[in-house]
Design a protein around this ligand. Structure first.
Ligand SMILES: NC(=O)c1ccc[n+]([C@@H]2O[C@H](COP(=O)([O-])OP(=O)(O)OC[C@H]3O[C@@H](n4cnc5c(N)ncnc54)[C@H](OP(=O)(O)O)[C@@H]3O)[C@@H](O)[C@H]2O)c1
Length: 332
């Protein structure tokens, strides 16, 4: 089997560390792994397959001989360096928001739009974490009943804000000292209806991402999504309350059957025994969990469900590695 030279840009961050771990867990055919980060972390070591590898400072020359470059170092780094990686002959799979809405760049969740991978010109974008887990659950339902409108409220883990988000909550819980503040308010014992920057329309950038990325990934601009994104003091994953209005009528038992046989999705739904998806259970898992599936009788053909996933895995690292796996498998 062919082996690939793989660079991980942002290898010391929450997502980058998980990418390296996921590459190893899934036996991705790595010939050589090059961990890259800023000057701050150059010389630190990361472990890969029992070997210690020194982190290098990211530079334009870093991509010589690299075939796949996984980026998770923020949008400005991706904007500058993903084209350099592509120019050097690598395929850049980018976790930041830099390229997601560029019409020339595929935005991919393999369970939803695998074929788009092969439209790339050197850069493939990995969607926002809260969007990824939602579309994995929406896609099979859209195929069957056609979605008109989605109203989603999120309950997002501090891990979604990177290492600094985790450090702030750890400090407020008395588990750490000297952390710099990441959120504009205390996060322990609190909920902040504020993720990323506010726009003039009153929505945040995170909420816009859920609206526009969903339409792009599903390849259907007619799907309307309105979102309220909330940061909660949780470490393990993102949760979402999702209300869907379909064009066609449905039988609840058929919705369960459709979701049960969908790739990447696990139905966890037995409320009489207190069984439903929770971030503590989703932590360190690669799947998306769906439960509390029930009819919404206040509108025609409408449904409520609760969707949970580990945002660092399926919402970021695992999805990026899955894109790389599909890329090397090639077209169907
Ligand atoms: N957390 C999530 O749930 C999630 C989900 C999807 C996508 N993402 C995206 O993934 C990216 C990283 O997120 P994260 O949560 O892993 O953040 P993080 O924990 O803060 O890690 C940031 C990483 O980027 C590196 N970096 C920062 N500035 C750099 C520069 N100028 N040159 C080279 N490397 C630089 C850091 O290296 P140093 O060690 O040298 O500082 C570190 O490795 C972001 O774009 C984020 O939007 C995150």
């Amino acid at each position: 089997m062919k082996q690939y030279n793989v660079a991980v840009v942002g290898a010391t961050g929450l997502v980058g560390r998980k990418m390296t771990q996921v590459l190893e867990e899934r036996n991705f055919p790595v010939k050589k792994l090059i961990p890259l980060a800023s000057e701050r972390s150059a010389g630190k070591e990361i472990s890969f397959r029992g070997e210690k590898i020194k982190v290098q400072k990211l530079a334009p020359e870093s991509f010589a001989g690299i075939e796949i470059a996984l980026f998770s170092a923020g949008a400005s780094v991706s904007r500058e360096f993903a084209p350099i990686a592509a120019e050097a002959g690598a395929v850049a799979i980018d976790n930041s928001s830099a390229w997601r809405m560029d019409p020339e760049i595929p935005l991919v969740v393999p369970e939803v739009n695998r074929a788009d991978i092969f439209k790339h010109h050197g850069i493939i974008a990995n969607p926002n974490c809260s969007t990824i887990q939602m579309v994995v659950a929406l896609k099979p339902l859209h195929d069957r009943y056609r979605i008109r409108r989605v109203v989603v409220s999120t309950y997002q883990s501090v891990t979604g804000a990177g290492q600094k988000g985790v450090d702030q909550l750890d400090e407020e819980l008395g588990k750490k000292q000297g952390a710099t503040k990441k959120f504009p308010h205390k996060i322990a014992f609190n909920c902040l209806p504020h993720i990323d920057v506010f726009f003039d329309d009153g929505y945040t950038k995170e909420e816009h991402k859920m609206t526009f990325e969903t339409a792009k990934i599903m390849g259907d601009d007619s799907i309307k999504v309105t979102a309220t994104c909330v940061r909660v003091p949780v470490f393990g994953g993102h949760s979402e309350s999702v209300n869907i209005e379909f064009e066609k009528p449905y039988e609840l038992k058929d919705v369960f059957a459709v979701l049960r046989k969908s790739p990447g999705l696990i139905v966890v739904d037995d409320p009489s025994n207190n069984v439903y998806p929770m971030p503590l259970d989703a932590y360190e898992k690669d799947e998306v969990f769906v439960g509390r599936i029930r009819r919404d009788d206040t509108a025609p053909n409408s449904l409520n469900m609760w969707v949970v996933s580990d945002n660092i895995r399926k919402g970021a690292a695992t999805n990026a590695v899955q894109i790389a796996e599909e890329l090397i498998k090639g077209r169907d």
